[in-house]
Ligand binder design. Sequence first.
Ligand code: SAM
Length: 239
Amino acid sequence: VNFGDQLVSPEEKTRKVGEVFSSVARRYDVMNDLMSGGMHRLWKDRFVSRVKPQPHEHILDMAGGTGDIAFRMARRGAAVTVSDINADMLGVGEERAAKKGIEGLNWSVQNAEELSFADRSFDAYTIAFGIRNVTDIPKALRDAHRVLKFGGRLFVLEFSTSDWPGFGELYEQWADKAIPRIGKAVASDEASYRYLVESIRRFPKPYDFERMIGEAGFTRTRTETLMGGLVCIWSGWKA
Ligand code: SAM
């Protein structure tokens, strides 16, 4: 298993990803704005508009971190369980929810690969910028399928590969040079941000990931590319 440019065991990768997010938790939100030029807000808005959360629904926001996706869905009236493997990220999220006065959220530490929830518990499962950090992605997708009700929907937001001419190279330069530098300056943590850049580079191409969703048991799979595929929204349905 790869961790950045090192080869490590699966257990080691899960542990190191834990260290990365514990280290960045406090600065995570400001870093997202700096690294994406604020664009992550627009991608997240688009993502939630595709999910179309309804007031009677119970949604699992996996790898929910500091709550950006969960807050948007709770504001539309859905009951949301925010889960993440990292208690530090969820802790920052709970503080933010209290400050913003957002209610209707449950917080639960969980590994996406082996959820403790019963079969057929949720109407929708969302995971935003989280799946690439999971060590065994097919396993996490199968568990997503298990915890969804029949008729439930899966939505994944993640970085992938842009096919806009020249844009990919431009982005690579930004990612290689600027992101670790911003990480060093703002969060005094260059190594964590190098890992994040490397994990984006290794993520499957848009239609390869759609195939993986199908292999986990989802039907009516769909890929929506943003900025030529730099960021994608994938969805699938549990029949
Ligand atoms: N969804 C949030 C957002 O869009 O702002 C947070 C995304 S953050 C880049 C990735 C999150 O994935 C981190 O909070 C990390 O702890 C979590 N994560 C990594 N591996 C995980 C796993 N195996 N199970 C659950 N969460 C995991």
